[in-house]
Design a protein around this ligand. Structure first.
Ligand code: FE2
Length: 526
């Protein structure tokens, strides 16, 4: 989409339109520059080095990560740059005109990390919005908007955040991100399937990757660059800080730790592929240096607190899990599904999570993770079949986590989930098949941004699933994202749906809204 087309798709008034215009103008200015930079001698760009936009993430009360990656030709190996490191200047300002500076510096874009830049800004004021941008030579990036968090002892009245997942570029456009960027969120959580590793097939492919399944570092870098070239995705990143985590497709469908989806792949060989995928992911995301991968290992679980209102715990259910029981797929809940010892989070992450949850004094404690926590039989009819790739395949770990949160009196636990390209609301119990048990937590599963073809809805199936699953509150289809507003008394989640995923200018509309009252787990539709 060109900057002009982007302008035409905007609302006519308000803050979000002003911000979008500034972002689109930034793209236009950067696209017209041909400048030089670099301490290893002047480098002349043949096209915009900021073609992948800007992003911010992992905010704290005093700062955040600012991200960009220099790539004048983003779909070529090396991004169109040579092997020399390049100096990139960054600046943070109090205002969108950059007349009141707040912080500035110079950072090296390292070719070993794809000329990506991860600036960890510190020393800012808590609970404030800021603007940021980068320069390389006279090339200027589009502006981004970001914020710091309230201090841990702050008492904010509200936090508005979105969660998104599953953005298969082949099967749709990112109209959902236009709505998300304009809606004034404080934070965005991305719950995985940021890229898809393989080609999709069939009549629903509207933007083919043009490449086979990816395996090498160059492959993963180019795939990420292809996705991030989308101006609506760039605009959503530039609107507010994100906290990201991955699911399977950032590496390989339904992989588990070192085990590939394909049964004949040697784990050692798979770890080589995983290392390439993890490095490309780190390079492309606004992550702190603490997440820098070491070979095939990358610590991605981390947390943030929004004053005393909300604790956010970002989890990784892929890297440390045991192999799916019963050969994966949908199976009955047999002894293998309940077997003790099969990890979902792994010992270290589980211990970290419980320690952080136990120490949390936040009103809302929100787990941002990948696969459905609810035990939902998604197959209508007499057979009870549960997805072994999701928490129902890891029931011992699921029970341990729910019980620990209950015993340690973790306040108002809410689970945010992606993965399955459809919307679900679940009341969570120690065993979701037993409605006589108390509800311990609430789960909102959000559909994908673009991974579902238009028109996949079946109200009859929904009614049957609701009748057969006593802890299932609601289910819906479509593409979109979820927008949440947490206050001291309640957490409200609105599912936002795209009308036509084949069009970048599609209408995007709020759909069903659910409320969790503080002190009363479980969701009620409003
Ligand atoms: Fe997905």
């Amino acid at each position: 989409m060109t900057p002009d087309a982007m302008r035409a798709a905007l609302p006519q008034t308000g803050w979000s339109r002003r911000w979008f215009l500034a972002y689109a103008a930034g793209i236009a200015v950067a696209a017209g520059t041909r400048r030089t930079c670099g301490e290893a001698g002047p480098a002349r760009f043949s096209s915009d080095p900021f073609s992948l936009g800007v992003a911010s993430g992992d905010p704290s009360p005093r700062g955040m990560v600012l991200w960009t990656r220099l790539a004048p030709r983003p779909l070529e190996p090396g991004g169109g740059l040579g092997p020399a490191p390049l100096d990139v200047a960054w600046e943070v300002a109090h205002d969108e005109s950059f007349t009141r500076p707040a912080a500035a510096g110079v950072v090296v874009a390292d070719p070993n990390l794809g000329h990506s830049v991860h600036v960890e800004v510190d020393g800012l004021e808590p609970d404030r919005w800021y603007w940021y941008r980068f320069r390389c030579g006279d090339a200027v990036s589009p502006p981004g908007r970001t914020r710091t968090l309230p201090t841990a002892d702050g008492t904010p009245e509200r936090v508005r955040f979105a969660f998104a997942s599953c953005q298969n570029r082949e099967t749709g456009h990112y109209a959902a991100y236009r709505h998300l960027a304009e809606a004034g969120h404080d934070l965005v959580f991305h719950l995985g399937d940021y890229i898809y590793e393989g080609p999709s097939k069939g009549p629903h492919v509207v933007r083919p990757h043009g490449m086979p399944e990816i395996h090498s570092l160059d492959d993963y870098r180019i795939r990420h660059a292809l996705y991030r070239s989308d101006p609506l995705l760039q605009a959503a990143h530039a609107a507010c800080p994100w906290m990201v985590t991955w699911d399977d497709h950032e590496v390989d469908n339904n992989y588990a730790a070192a085990i590939s989806e394909e049964v004949d792949v040697d784990p050692a060989a798979f770890l080589v592929r995983r290392a390439a995928a993890y490095q490309a992911y780190y390079e492309m995301m606004p992550l702190r240096r603490a997440c820098l991968p070491r070979g095939p290992h990358m610590r991605l679980h981390r947390d943030a607190t929004f004053g005393d209102l909300a604790g956010f715990f970002v989890l990784d259910t892929r890297q440390y899990r045991g192999d799916q029981p019963n050969g994966d797929g949908k199976q009955e809940l047999d002894d293998a599904a309940f077997a003790p010892g099969r990890p979902m989070l792994g010992d270290a992450q589980e211990a970290w999570l419980l320690e952080r949850l136990t120490g949390s004094s936040a009103r809302w404690n929100i787990l941002a993770q990948q696969v459905m926590f609810g035990m939902v039989d998604r197959t209508p009819g007499d057979r009870r079949l549960y997805a072994m790739d999701q928490w129902p395949g890891y029931l011992d770990a699921r029970r341990r986590l729910l019980e620990a949160m209950h015993e340690r009196r973790v306040a108002n636990a809410v689970v945010l989930t992606g993965d399955i390209h459809s919307n679900w609301v679940n009341d969570l119990r120690a065993d979701d098949r037993r409605p006589e048990l108390p509800v311990l937590a609430t789960e909102f599963v959000g559909t994908g941004i673009s991974s579902t073809p238009n028109g996949i809805t079946n109200p009859a199936k929904r009614d049957q699933l609701l009748a057969e699953n006593p802890s299932l509150v609601w289910h819906g289809g479509g593409n979109g994202y979820a927008s949440c507003l947490a206050t001291r008394d309640r957490l409200e989640t609105t599912y936002v749906l795209v009308e036509d995923v084949t069009r970048p200018d599609s209408a995007v509309n709020p759909s069903a809204t659910f409320v969790v009252e503080a002190g009363r787990p479980g969701a009620v539709r409003t």
